[in-house]
Design a protein around this ligand. Structure first.
Ligand code: AMP
Ligand code: ZN
Length: 467
């Protein structure tokens, strides 16, 4: 399995630190609003990478933080006249609902800044003791000049950065590139006690602390959107490697942006759509499928047309799968010799799928492999196929869908009627038709329709599905 490592700027063979185990840290959202569709991309991408690693037999310890101390959260809390916690807890819950909607597996742990304050203070203390940080009037800054490797992830040179930096905004910093680890309390802001007085941490320190606490000094994969490469991830490396005296992350993975009119979708540009707005028109699973239809490192444009195209693609997969389910319910018997050959041939889709995913998680090609198995099923499975064969093809297709977190079958909604009840009504309708009681037959069709079931009369019998 090859992964593109931002740190080395090349694809590398993935070799975990410990055989069979993967320690993965993904930077999570700042919780002051609903997540937007750009934020949905890292959710879906890194969940898919995790699922693929699990499929390959790795045990993945997946940590994703919630940034619940931040200027934007404080601003919103003050505007609403509530505590910051009210805002952050509200949007943590909403982000979790969106993640569930996108079929993202829950993280092993979702640490929050407010719950890691002792460890944050400890790491800042260590950095000061080791000469990588300094205090000025209740603020603590990281001394970027003290860390020889500063710039290694982003490929930036500290002297160029400084030359380009505007006159130090903060006069108390030794160098313009130094960044804040702890800032003093301001009126109307939440604060914590620390050796440097009351205050709160800067943004970058939380991820160094949480990765260390929940995964260890050195982790396998650190991930996030490409906007985080600099300064956030560069600063995390500076903090963690200075404090721990060990390499921080072996592989750095970054997703490209979701753009609108070729500009990054972001809250600050105002060109964003929250996922909640989108899912009023386009189901979550289509959003997931849309995100997986491109390579994770390439930028993707967001547009209604592309979303609709993704929806049509997903429908093709679902229809092929539904058809297999239907035939499976009617079929009988074991595979013929010809079917055995076809079944073996169908393994090539898994091989193609794996080849794509092993090449830096090329989900676009992996999706193509699923389209191909759907086409294969449409061509080679029919009413005369044996049950064993239909099941085998359906299971092959399902396995690939599961790895990408795509559900080929819509879930039963609570208000829908059970499959047994549907079958009973269909049997009654067939009997009514035989007895030429067409009024009753039509009434049953309408009843099923009102309960979210569509039926179709085919040569092989009545085919039905949930809408
Ligand atoms: P934030 O809440 O802005 O810190 O973002 C949470 C995650 O979403 C980070 O990994 C960001 O890099 C990522 N992200 C933000 N905007 C976009 C976008 N337009 N496209 C892709 N990823 C994004
Ligand atoms: Zn982070």
């Amino acid at each position: 399995m090859k992964v593109y490592n931002t740190l080395t700027r090349q694809k590398e063979e993935f070799v975990p630190l410990e055989p069979g185990k993967v320690k993965m840290y993904v930077c999570g959202p700042t919780v002051y609003d609903y997540i937007h569709i750009g934020n949905a991309r890292p959710y879906v991408i890194f969940d898919t990478i995790r699922r693929y690693m699990e499929y390959k037999g790795y045990e993945v310890n997946y940590v994703q933080n919630f940034t619940d101390v931040d200027d934007k959260i404080i601003k919103k809390a003050n505007a609403e006249g509530v505590d910051s916690k009210v805002i952050s807890e509200r949007y943590i819950e909403e982000a979790k609902k969106d993640a569930e909607g996108l079929n993202v597996e829950p993280a092993t742990k979702n640490p929050k800044v407010t719950e890691e304050m002792d460890e944050i203070i400890e790491m800042i203390k260590t950095l000061i003791e080791k000469g990588y940080a300094y205090e000025v009037n209740g603020s603590v800054f990281y001394d970027t000049k003290a860390f020889a490797d500063y710039g290694k992830l982003s490929g930036k040179n500290i002297d160029d950065l400084e030359a380009g930096a505007r006159i130090a905004v903060d006069e108390s910093k030794k160098n313009p590139m130094d960044f804040v680890l702890w800032k003093p309390k301001k009126e109307g802001e939440p604060y914590w006690e620390s050796p440097w007085g009351q205050g709160r941490p800067g943004w970058h320190i939380e991820c160094s602390v949480m990765a260390k606490k929940y995964l260890g000094d050195t982790i396998d994969i650190h991930a996030g959107g490409e906007d985080l490469i600099f300064p956030h991830h560069e600063n995390e490396i500076a903090q963690s490697e200075a404090a721990n005296g060990k390499p921080f992350a072996k592989y750095w993975l970054h997703n490209g942006f979701i753009n609108v009119d070729n500009k990054k979708m972001s809250k600050s540009l105002g060109n964003f759509f929250t996922l909640r707005e989108i899912v009023e028109h386009i189901p979550y699973d289509v959003v997931r499928f849309f995100i997986l239809s491109g390579h994770y490192r390439s930028p993707i444009n967001f547009s209604r047309e592309l979303m609709e195209a993704a929806g049509a693609g997903l429908d093709r997969i679902k229809n092929a799968y539904k058809s297999l389910l239907f035939m499976e319910s009617k079929a009988q018997g074991t595979m013929t010799e010809d079917e055995k050959k076809l079944n073996e041939e169908a393994d090539k889709f898994r091989v193609e799928f794996e080849r794509a995913m092993d090449d830096d998680f090329n989900t676009a090609d992996a999706v193509t492999a699923i389209f191909e198995i759907a086409k294969f099923a449409n061509v080679n499975v029919n009413e005369n196929s044996s049950k064993e064969f239909v099941t085998a093809i359906r299971e092959k297709m399902l396995m690939l869908c599961n790895i990408l977190g795509i559900k080929p079958q819509d879930e039963l909604k609570a208000e829908q009627i059970s499959a047994d009840e549907v079958e009973a009504l269909i049997a009654e309708r067939t009997a009514a038709k035989k007895a030429k009681d067409f009024a009753r037959a039509d009434a049953i069709r309408d009843e099923l329709n009102s309960k979210g079931v569509v039926i179709e009369d085919t040569r092989a019998g009545v085919r039905w599905s949930y809408k």
